[in-house]
Design a protein around this ligand. Sequence first.
Ligand code: FMN
Length: 267
Amino acid sequence: MNVVVLVGSPRKRDSLNICKEIESRLGNTNITYDYIFLNDYEIKDCRGCELCFKKSEKFCPCRDDISLIRKKIMLADGIIFATPVYAYQVPAPLKRVIDRMAFLFHRQELVGVPAIIVVTSDGGGHKQVSKYMKMTVTGWGCNLLGTISVISPMYFENKKDSVWGYNERYHNKINLHIEKLVHKFKEVVESEVPRIPSFYEIFMFNCLRSKTFTSQADHDYWKEKGWLDSDYFYNVPLNPFKKIFGTILKRLINLASKKLKNRICES
Ligand SMILES: Cc1cc2nc3c(=O)[nH]c(=O)nc-3n(C[C@H](O)[C@H](O)[C@H](O)COP(=O)(O)O)c2cc1C
């Protein structure tokens, strides 16, 4: 099993240490870890040409290491996304990766890949960053199992440069959360049974499908995947309520999207 660990911090400290904690608890010799330290890669700013959305990511004019990072992520059986909070956001290297891979919000290449998010901070902005990362990771199609949000000075004993002091109870609480999440991660990675999507996920699936009406690249990708008419990204038994919910949404969105397409064609 290949676990990819995407480390957004320019330094190898708090977020990395939480990932190492996860690694030690996963404690399985069958697992290989591929640490991607984003600061070691050349990642250029997105130029906003939208060619990745409209035609294909192959037309991206930036020549750098983004394809290498993407290839590594695509090989993952599980992914840990680790980031510190920088000025109430993720640090620039991670933001650049998310911008450059924005086409994944339209063409989900990571459907069902189990994922964990790790966020470290000094106590401010972790909720915003956790929410942002959740939107990103689920938007890419991953099966997000949970987030470990750590206030570093309260968790790491050696941190003295903060108003927050080390707190043993907090440290143990986080470790317990890590333990539970690692257990879930192992279970899901080893399981053959596909996860049943929630109402929200069915809603999102149908909303995302609407993009296929305005982008040929998205349409071709969804068609190739067999998602244009399916109930969800993968074959899974849905209860009658979810099935009806999905069918109604599909019809409504098809109707709205066709009107939008006509308007675009007329103008
Ligand atoms: C440029 C910069 C901006 C930061 N901004 C915030 C912030 O907005 N909120 C916060 O709680 N911590 C902030 N921090 C602190 C880090 O999030 C925190 O120390 C984290 O544990 C660092 O993790 P790392 O060692 O993996 O980089 C900032 C640190 C730096 C260097």
